[in-house]
Design a protein around this ligand. Sequence first.
Ligand code: AMP
Length: 213
Amino acid sequence: MKLIMLGAPGAGKGTQAKMIAEKYSIPHVSTGDIFRANIKNGTELGIEAKKYMDQGQLVPDELTVKILLDRVAQEDCKNGYVLDGFPRTIPQAEVLDNALTELGDKVDFAINVDVPDENIIGRMGGRRACVKCGATYHVVYNAPKTEGVCDACGDKLILRADDEPETVKKRLNVYHEQTQPLIEYYGNKGILKEVDGTVDMKDVFAAICDILG
Ligand code: AMP
């Protein structure tokens, strides 16, 4: 099963993608996580990507597409994957489609987690991410057991630079301009599924599971 999660930054698509990955035993592939791991390790890709990420801009397609195609070519992706944060532009979607078509393959569903902008701004300020393993929490909706500490690995939780309120506004603009057109793109392909992302995350997950069967 090959899935794409669509939705504004902060819509909760990462949380849902992780739950889907666990239930269906497929890897969760997040381009944001790959970039953050590269930033942490001080790689050339990380240094380049950070310039854009800290500004709330998209990393250029040339950099992003290559790391994604390399990742999904790995052995653990052979039975499928759930993409979180990719594609974010129409050209990225086209590259993925062409790569899959060459393999005689295709994306099964694109799931749009729908949340209005008003809700997003409030949510993102409460977001916390683990500096070490990338796990994400929310101080109200998905709090860690101990404040400021990652449940998964015990490291420190922070508000990411790209979750700061001014950056969030920029990211929402970028989302509407560059990423939202993908809803129509996948709608035209007949694989778009919409879920209401404003309800409790367990109910969002239940709605997704109904779609996936
Ligand atoms: P995320 O964790 O998915 O919210 O991604 C964090 C940041 O990484 C984004 O705001 C972008 O700067 C960058 N990024 C992640 N995925 C992509 C992508 N597919 N295309 C371009 N930039 C991306």
